[in-house]
Design a protein around this ligand. Sequence first.
Ligand code: G4P
Length: 296
Amino acid sequence: MQFQWYPGHMTKAKRQMQEDIRLIDLVIELVDARIPYSSRNPDIDELGKGKARLILMNKADLADAAACERWERYFQDQGYHVVRLDARNRAGMKRVTEVVMEACREKIERDRRRGIKNRPVRAMVVGIPNVGKSTFINSYAGRACAKTGNKPGVTKGKQWIRLHKNVELLDTPGILWPKFEDQTVGLHLALIGSIRDEIINREELSLELIAALAKICPGALSGRYGTEERPLEEKGEPAEVLGRIAENRHCIKKGGEPDYAKAAELLLEEFRSGKIGRITLEEPGDRTYRGEQTNG
Ligand code: G4P
């Protein structure tokens, strides 16, 4: 499977980011907790050099809790502050403010030594498309001041949202570009639904999902699609498994053949919305992650 990203967008996004980052003290980087590796772009480490760093592991409600803990430790070991989050839920925002203050303690103390009082911490939210940047800004700011939905260019001009006396947030999130050179990254982004589905062969994608789940959490598919009368055998080629899911879910064409396309849709949708379970596709120790840049 081949995935694409457009270099024109990338250059523009990078230039904008370089400009905005000069204005801030803290980079609040959102990653998708189900794919913390693939939903990051390590270029942000270079761009955000010298700034305090906070990683929000967003959509943690859809990710495996134990894997979240491992990732949290992994990021912390590299010097990032970390908060796990469901950005739709305002209850988690108090913890974000606490960690923002912790992450900026050095700056606050420096200001105090210089006699500067009450200068708010300036922060900026960054992340690849669809990680939940707008949702987070809305929840954190407590009112609908950023448009949700992935529509670049909705907000124009630079505006700061005063969150309370200590924190100001740039209202426009910085859009990072995914690392498409790595095909596993492209695949994982497609699996969670972060690449426009029209450009992807969904049947093929669902087979990749079946193969991945067989390794990561055997039993998840039979738990969801098997019944007592019709248990689901997960072993065998992914196409056979998809055929069995089609039968068990009555995705059958007129002639009695399994409707693979319909079953693929169903499977992808249910995976993305967490119905198959809270599943994390990536582990910090995976071979793919060895080249990762660190924040230090
Ligand atoms: P972006 O600005 O980074 O591009 O992302 P955005 O906030 O638009 O969020 C993308 C989608 O992810 C939205 O769903 C949003 O509701 C969902 N989302 C954001 N944070 C979380 C989270 O922590 N948990 C879960 N489960 N979902 C989250 P959508 O279907 O595109 O829009 P909508 O139908 O929810 O409005």
